[in-house]
Design a protein around this ligand. Structure first.
Ligand SMILES: O=C(CO)[C@H](O)[C@H](O)COP(=O)(O)O
Length: 236
């Protein structure tokens, strides 16, 4: 690594720590998946006595939470969560995201959908103008993988099966290269209609309300208006 290269692990630790300010005392916290979330879980461990527990989006996060002595609560046992904290592979200026680089997109969307507020934590490189440079992850029922892949080819995408990966739900992941996602909500709704798709890694309906971006200058906070067509508003 050159001296000028950003220390991404440090940026992830920074936003993981900053996300603690969004955790209401006494609450059950929705917890995502990935290396940035791991930094959040490690920070949360120090606050574990002021929360009631966590609903987790993956076996990996559940193991890490339990390892810190944080109770993991079944998603079926909560009606709503005040906050969900998760990372992203890309986020745009309206808070729409690509997620699923860690293959946990389906459970992430389920837990996000329980939450009143989605706080995205990411290093600054994840902020993009248009989603799609990161290959779009799509979880599929294995018998539909080829059929769904053909639909993506018809859209101009280049789908690739993620070799050797089986999700926590027994699904497979297609990573779709070459899509410029100019209307995330419309594409998410369209792909959700395709038989065999378990979930698509476009988070437009469940987009972020707040994003904490780790930068060399510190944590940059973006808040997003309810109208996805408008740009995020930087408040700090
Ligand atoms: O969607 C995800 C996992 O399915 C992650 O949030 C996303 O891949 C970001 O991961 P990281 O924090 O390791 O960069």
């Amino acid at each position: 690594m050159s001296a000028a290269a950003p220390d991404v692990a440090r940026l992830k630790a920074l936003v993981g720590e900053a996300a603690l300010a969004y955790v209401p005392p006494g609450s059950v916290v929705g917890v995502g998946t990935g290396s940035t979330v791991n930094a959040f879980i490690d920070a949360l461990a120090r606050a574990k006595h002021v929360i009631a527990g966590a609903v987790s989006s993956s076996q990996a996060s559940s193991e890490r939470l339990r390892g810190h002595g944080i109770p993991v609560i079944d998603a079926n046992d909560v009606e709503t969560l005040q906050v969900y904290i998760d990372g992203a592979d890309e986020i745009d200026a309206s808070g729409c995201m690509i997620k699923g680089g860690g293959a946990a997109l389906t459970r992430e969307k389920i837990v996000a959908d329980l939450a009143q507020r989605f706080v995205c934590i990411a290093d600054g490189s994840k902020l993009v103008d248009v989603l799609g440079r990161f290959p779009l992850p799509v979880e599929v029922i294995p018998m539909a993988a080829a059929q769904v892949a053909r639909r993506f080819v018809a859209l101009g995408g280049r789908p690739a099966l993620r070799a050797g990966v089986v999700t926590d739900n027994g699904g497979q992941i297609l990573d779709v290269h070459g899509l410029a996602i100019t209307d995330p909500a419309a594409l998410e709704a369209e792909i959700n209609q395709w038989p065999g798709v378990v979930s698509v890694g476009i988070f437009a309906r469940n987009r972020a309300n707040v994003c904490l971006l780790g930068t060399a200058a510190g944590v940059r906070t973006l808040t997003f208006t309810p109208d996805a067509a408008q740009a995020g508003v930087e408040v700090a």
